[in-house]
Write a protein that binds this ligand. Structure first.
Ligand code: GLY
Length: 368
């Protein structure tokens, strides 16, 4: 076996392996067969950025393991996470006569994983599902844990389901073709995970930030393993975000999602917007939970060194708050933030609107 397997537990039982390592894409077919022994055909969902790079290798591996393969190539980008694209995908699956023994293989980043995962969850009330993440963000976060969704005009990820994959194949070699924006996007989520996990991972990341920014292969493999280990632990405790534990993964997302929406989806990468949100939540944590300003500085410095520099974006506090109120993470119209007192010590707080407005105004002024 190449690479390392991290096993995700669901409901107290081992559920699926995340295989991380160089060249593991070659084992996709054999591992997918082992994970889904009843699968009779594979259906690869990818996008037009990834297809020219890795579709042939994925196809060859699946066919080599005896699975016939059909493919669906979506346009690259957030627009494909739509009901219209999902409908086309369902139709192509039906026209290919896929049955309940089909295995949907998501080959791509977060958009492809969410779209393909929701199709797998809903086509014929659910078929087998395998994730092959090709971006750092998808490897460290979105391919693990079973969140699948499409966007509605009213907001991001509003229609979706929890649907766990049977196997995740994270080949670190494919990251060599990732552009800088996508790399930095992944680093934003990496910093979030390290800060939530605790001092050991946070300190490790501070020591290895330069190596990671230079895409050193050992540091990259280790950071993916650490993030997946962390996320597997969270998902094992709270698969469907019911008990409040999984909510910690929304650190940086309250402001991050508002920035993405107001700047226009795609203006900044998701991870870059989350990184800005992580900085703001550190500022709020100082005001609300007595977090140390030294920790805020350490977080900011770490994000800078990973290339997640401050975004040249600001907006009126009232505008930001209007978007935040509509976010699906909220309960009863309250605006909630994940706040960190120190690495590993987080809490979710409803933030009074007066105080939030004041803090957002300070954040906006700091951009001037
Ligand atoms: N990306 C957040 C989650 O999986 O819960």
């Amino acid at each position: 076996m190449a690479g390392r397997d991290i096993v995700v537990e669901i409901a107290g039982k081992p559920a699926y392996a995340v295989q991380i390592g160089k060249g593991v894409l070659r084992e996709l077919g054999a591992r997918a067969r082992r994970a889904c022994p009843k699968a009779a055909a594979a259906f690869i969902v990818t996008d037009d950025n990834v297809a020219p790079l890795y579709l042939r290798a994925a196809q060859a591996s699946l066919q080599g393991a005896g699975l016939p393969v059909e493919t669906f190539i979506a346009g690259a980008g957030e627009e494909s996470k739509s009901v219209a694209c999902l409908e086309r995908l369902w139709q192509v699956m039906a026209q290919a006569h896929l049955g309940r023994d089909a295995c949907v293989v998501a080959l791509g980043g977060g958009v492809v994983g969410d779209l393909a995962g929701f199709a797998a969850a809903t086509y014929m009330r659910g078929v087998f599902f395998v994730q092959v993440p090709t971006t750092l963000l998808a490897m460290v976060d979105s391919s693990v844990g079973g969140k699948t969704a499409v966007n509605l005009p009213e907001g991001k990820n509003l229609a979706g389901s929890f649907y766990q994959p049977s196997y995740v194949c994270a080949d670190t070699e494919v990251l060599s073709t990732l552009d800088e924006r996508e790399w930095v996007c992944g680093c934003g989520e990496v910093t979030k995970s390290a800060a939530l996990d605790g001092a050991a991972f946070f300190d490790w990341l501070r020591v290895h930030a330069r190596a990671l920014a230079l895409r050193d292969s050992a540091a990259t493999a280790e950071v993916i393993e650490r993030c997946v280990d962390f996320k597997a632990g969270i998902v094992a405790r709270d698969e469907q975000e019911n008990s409040g534990v999984r909510e910690c993964l929304n650190l940086g997302h309250t402001l991050g999602h508002a920035i993405e929406k107001l700047a226009g989806y795609g203006a900044y990468s998701h991870g870059a917007a989350v990184a800005e949100g992580v900085r703001f939540s550190a500022q709020l944590a100082e005001a609300l939970c007595g977090a140390d300003s030294a920790f805020t500085r350490e977080l900011g410095d770490l994000l800078d060194r990973l290339g997640c520099t401050r975004l040249p974006f600001s907006a009126q506090p009232t505008q930001l708050m209007e978007v935040m109120r509509a976010d699906k993470k909220n309960r009863a119209g309250e605006i909630r933030f994940v706040l960190l007192r120190e690495p590993g010590a987080w809490e979710v707080r409803r933030v009074e609107e007066d105080l939030l407005e004041e803090q957002l105004a300070a954040w906006a002024r700091s951009k001037a």
